[in-house]
Design a protein around this ligand. Structure first.
Ligand SMILES: NC(=O)C1=CN([C@@H]2O[C@H](COP(=O)(O)OP(=O)(O)OC[C@H]3O[C@@H](n4cnc5c(N)ncnc54)[C@H](O)[C@@H]3O)[C@@H](O)[C@H]2O)C=CC1
Ligand SMILES: O=C(O)[C@H]1O[C@H](OP(=O)(O)OP(=O)(O)OC[C@H]2O[C@@H](n3ccc(=O)[nH]c3=O)[C@H](O)[C@@H]2O)[C@H](O)[C@@H](O)[C@@H]1O
Length: 369
């Protein structure tokens, strides 16, 4: 399409996250479909995160521009750098060769996801030893070489990019004959899957080894707060795990629609990339799911509560009121470490918080259902 309409030399900028060497493919396609026009392909990967997109755009940690190491390539890099220089300090604009820019984006997401899997792996060890993962993260993050960000233990990372980009990296490693490197990065995803399974196992084993027929309130379905995006959200795997044991789920998320939740829970994993109209629905498991528009309605008469997204409003709920309206014993499984554990235990809840010293109740229960 670009080749069809181009009448003069063009700079084409890749913003999407792509496999390394994509620029080469784009260059070949454009060059072979036009005559006498020079196309310079630049890699300028996007680093914004959902929920903070505008802030990330205006005050980026860095802008990365990769181009050919030819005079034409360098001229194209300069043209794009001049655009960013209108609002980004020039020392934050990094210029590299094309392949470094494409790979840096995959590497950055892989490093971020790896930090979460590292702290989540530690959270399992904390539960086994009586250490507190928040205290461990704080102590570790104080080392300026490590830094404090992205060290929050959770039920697992989600979002449309981390898993996709690591799988992309793994594929590139395999294609380049580097199976050990591929396996290293695969482990980040395996630990993430393990963390979700571990969370479901904790719920089931704590609740007398079955959640069959029990009402479980799910607070939060989006992959993180301040977005309605559910792509790869850990809530899908946790809910499916609970539905597999025939739990009755009452789900509340401030921004995710009922239609989206029903669609996410009725899809098989391999269907995620397929168009909606081709996806099968499973009416029997859907009868076990209701979506409500209030945390109090979700938790009424419930046996347990799972917090799966760190929405601010979940920190300030009236947990005494919630406790009074629940079945007893009443359980809270905090997958985001946002509740005041001591306060909730005082009210009477049995509380499980990822990577925190275990409730007396849970100590007596096997970690695996
Ligand atoms: N969502 C985010 O926060 C961020 C996304 N990115 C990257 O930006 C890119 C887009 O991300 P999203 O907007 O979230 O994805 P999206 O899935 O919402 O949008 C992708 C669009 O590309 C279209 N598309 C897919 N394959 C195509 C093809 N072969 N030819 C033409 N169109 C095609 C799809 O129909 C869809 O409209 C991805 O590479 C992602 O990794 C980067 C940073 C942040
Ligand atoms: O390529 C992309 O699409 C983007 O992917 C991520 O951004 P995003 O997926 O929007 O959200 P993050 O804030 O990175 O969170 C990802 C997941 O990790 C989880 N997380 C994050 C931080 C943490 O300490 N612990 C943790 O479990 C979040 O809850 C969420 O499920 C990166 O942070 C962006 O820099 C990148 O541009």
């Amino acid at each position: 399409m670009i080749a069809d309409v181009s009448k003069s030399n063009k700079i084409v900028v890749e913003k999407s996250t792509v496999p390394v060497k994509t620029a080469e493919a784009i260059e070949k396609i454009l060059t072979h479909n036009s005559e006498g026009i020079n196309f310079q392909i630049l890699s300028n990967p996007e680093f914004l995160a959902e929920g903070t997109a505008i802030q990330d755009l205006f005050e980026p940690d860095r802008v990365l521009i990769g181009g050919r190491e030819t005079p034409e390539g360098q001229k194209a890099i300069k043209a794009l750098r001049d655009v960013y220089a209108h609002w980004v300090p020039v020392d934050r604009i990094i210029c590299t060769n094309l392949w470094s820019a494409e790979l840096s984006k995959l590497a950055a997401n892989a490093f971020l996801a790896q930090r979460i899997s590292s702290v989540n792996a530690m959270s399992a060890l904390c539960e086994a030893t009586g250490a507190d993962v928040s205290q461990v993260s704080h102590a570790v993050g104080k080392d300026t070489r490590i830094g404090p960000k992205f060290l929050n233990a959770s039920v697992g990372f989600g979002g449309s990019c981390f898993q996709k980009d690591i799988l992309n990296l793994v594929y590139i490693c395999e294609c380049n004959g580097l199976p050990e490197v591929a396996n290293y990065w695969k482990q980040v995803i395996k630990v993430n899957d393990y963390q979700k399974t571990r969370f479901v196992n904790r719920i089931v084993s704590s609740m007398f080894n079955t959640v069959s027929g029990k009402k479980i309130a799910i607070l939060g379905f989006a992959f993180k707060k301040d977005t309605g995006d559910t792509r790869e959200t850990p809530a899908i795997d946790v809910c499916k795990g609970l539905l597999g044991d025939k739990a009755m789920l009452s789900i509340y998320d401030p921004q995710v629609s009922e239609e989206q939740i029903q669609r996410d829970l009725s899809m098989n994993k391999f269907d995620w990339d397929h168009p909606v109209h081709l996806q099968p629905t499973s009416p029997s498991s859907m009868k076990q799911v209701s979506v409500v528009w209030d945390a109090y309605a979700a938790t009424k008469d419930a046996h347990g509560i799972c917090i799966l997204t760190e929405w601010d409003e979940f920190k300030t709920l009236d947990y005494q009121k919630i406790y009074d309206n629940m079945q007893k014993p009443a359980f809270v499984f905090d997958g985001r470490n946002i509740v005041d554990v001591a306060k909730l235990r005082e009210i009477g809840f049995i509380v499980y918080s990822i990577g925190k010293p275990l409730d007396e109740w849970l100590k007596d229960m096997p970690a695996v259902a």
